[in-house]
Structures are given as C-alpha cells and as structure tokens.
Design a binder for this molecule. Structure first.
Ligand code: FUB
Length: 333
C-alpha cells in the first residue's frame, strides 16, 4: 500500500470513528440539571433539537424540543427535551421530561412537534406522535401529558389519544394530518387546540384540557403544510405555519381566534439544510423571539438532525410582521 493510500484509509477510518462518536453523543440524555452557555445559533450542538415550542412562566423562558437521534435518513425521535433560562445566555438542560414510551397507546420513537401551556398551576403538554391501531389502522395522533412543573416529570393525562386519525378523515385521506398541536387560552378562558398537516383544524378544549368540546373545524389557509403556532399582540391574533416543501413559514392575522384569517405572506425563508421549518413565537422580558430549527450543525446536521435557533421578531406599525433575519449570531450579538 502506498503512503497516500494508507493515509486516505486511516483518514476514512478516523472519520468513521468520529462520526460514530458524534452520533452516540447526540443520542445521550441527561438525568440531572446541566448548565449550558449559549452564544449563537444553533443554540445546542451536543444533541439535536427539533420542533421547538416556547413557554414563558414569570421570569423564566422554557424551551421544549424533540430529540432527533436517527442516522440522518429519517425521523427517529424517542423523547422530548426541556431547557430553561432567565437571561437567554445561561441555559439549564433538565432531565428528560417525556418520551413517546410514556404513552401506552403510542408507537415508539415518534416524538414529533408539541407545545406546553399552563392552566391553573398545571402544565399541559400537547404532543404529536403515532397511535397504534384504531379501527384497524395506525396514524398520527395528538396526546396530552400533564405535570405540576414546567420541567416535568410529565405523565399521560388521559390514557388515550386526544385526536386520532379517524376523527378527521372527512377532510383528508392521509394518516399523518393529525400532528403539530398549538394551544391558546383566550381572554374568556376558552382553550383552543389548532393542529394539522396539509389541512389545518381547530377545536375547543373542555376546561379539563384533555377533551375536545364540540366540532372539529377546518381552517382555510393558503398552501398550509403543517406547524401552526398561535400568538397574540394587542388586538391581533397571529397564526403562523409551515408552507410548501421544503418549508418556509407564512402567517395570517385575525381579530378573533376563530378567524377569519387574512393571509399576510412569508415570515421566514427556508432554514439552512433542513426541509422542515418549525417555529414558536413568544414575548420574553419585552422582546419578541422567533424560535425555529435548521439543519446547520456542521457535517452531521440535516433534515433529520435538526437544531434549535432563536432570532428576534419585529412588528410593523400596522401590526404585520417583519420578515425574520436568520443569523448565526442570533440574539447574542
Ligand atoms: O419532527 C417531525 C415533524 O417534522 C414535525 O411534527 C413537523 O412540524 C416537522 O418539523
């Protein structure tokens, strides 16, 4: 073997070892609080974090995400993660708060997008996952877990899925339309669940937060793919969502949570190296934040190995949203 071939062979072997090490590192979970200093986008590089949801409780920002752990060729998401911060710089990663396996009715490794909301001192975590056979068929479903603490531990609040695929076959024939829950509690105390893939839906939630009340109602939005997120500023309600594929984020505005929604255009362009684009929008200590994921962790990142990023969100005078500027410096410049 020539010196050049030997060096190439050693190089490839080393890359293989590093790649396996990187994969193993990205699969780890922590069992106790761990502090992480964040200074740019993506926030975390020690593991993959996808489909962010954000919740502000008092002076603390909580970030929830699914943990991508696959080989980069498809989704393999066994659990969700939770991080918290008071200053956006020093973050605490908490023990794994919830896994697909905590739902006895769910199929493993399907911890898709989710959102946590507080009601009366309890924290309800609405998740997308895959349900075992219902009417002889598997399909995506929405479950709900509950905890007394935003960092968990959470447990299945219902013992069965809140939304199963057979509840929406009137509008779509696909088995994966019941994903990506976002929850809103309106000023009169009525809670709403929005969700969907290819078709957006909403339904009222009963005060117990674990049953829907009344009909499922389809929401008409141009080129809706998935990932609805509701937020409000002043008198305007905003429904942002992933559009097209690869996905951008678009948004619509309304004076009522029940619509009608007026389409306002693109909010965020395709996020680097990821075919999905999933956002959360919250106000924290006087600033508005756009939390999303990309596939930009060097060499190993991609559409199935995603990483959470945060940039600022700004409003125009008329309440419409300025287009997001995705940056590597993020909010830390
Ligand atoms: O992570 C799985 C799925 O990819 C989510 O549920 C969608 O929003 C997309 O990001």
């Amino acid at each position: 073997m020539t010196k050049k071939i030997l060096l190439n062979t050693l190089g490839l072997a080393l890359m293989g070892v590093l790649s396996v090490q990187a994969q193993q590192q990205h699969r780890t979970t922590v069992s106790k609080d761990t502090v992480i200093k964040v200074s740019g986008n993506p926030l975390f590089t020690h593991k993959y974090t996808a489909d962010p949801a954000a919740l502000v409780v008092g002076d603390t920002f909580y970030l929830y995400a699914g943990q991508d752990t696959g080989d980069g060729r498809g989704y393999n998401i066994p659990n969700w993660l939770v991080f918290s911060t008071k200053d956006m710089k020093t973050w605490t990663e908490h023990a794994v708060p919830l896994r697909t396996g905590d739902f006895s009715w769910a199929v493993g490794n399907s911890s898709w997008a989710s959102q946590v909301i507080e009601r009366d001192g309890k924290f309800y975590w609405y998740v997308s996952t895959e349900h075992k056979d219902v009417d002889g068929k598997r399909g995506k479903a929405i479950g709900v877990a509950v905890s007394d603490n935003p960092t968990g531990p959470f447990k299945d609040a219902k013992g069965s899925a809140l939304i199963t695929n057979n509840m929406t076959t009137k509008w779509t024939h696909i088995s994966w339309d019941d994903i990506d829950p976002t929850v809103w509690i309106d000023k009169d105390g009525q809670a709403y669940l929005f969700w969907g893939n290819t078709q957006c839906y909403y339904a009222k939630l009963k005060p117990n937060m674990i049953e829907i009340e009344g009909d499922i109602i389809p929401v008409s939005l141009p080129a809706f793919t998935e990932a609805p997120w509701i937020h409000k500023k002043g008198d305007w309600y905003y429904l942002s969502y992933a559009t097209g594929f690869p996905e951008k984020i678009a948004y619509a505005m309304s004076r009522s949570i029940q619509g009608p929604w007026e389409y306002k255009g693109i909010l965020n362009e395709i996020a680097g190296n990821s075919n999905t684009n999933h956002q959360a929008i919250v106000e924290f200590k006087g600033n508005w934040y756009f939390v999303y994921h990309n596939g930009a962790v060097q060499t190993e990142g991609g559409s199935y190995r995603r990483s959470v990023c945060i940039d600022r969100l700004f409003y125009n005078k008329d309440g419409s949203l300025k287009r997001i500027q995705m940056t590597t410096e993020g909010i830390w410049k």
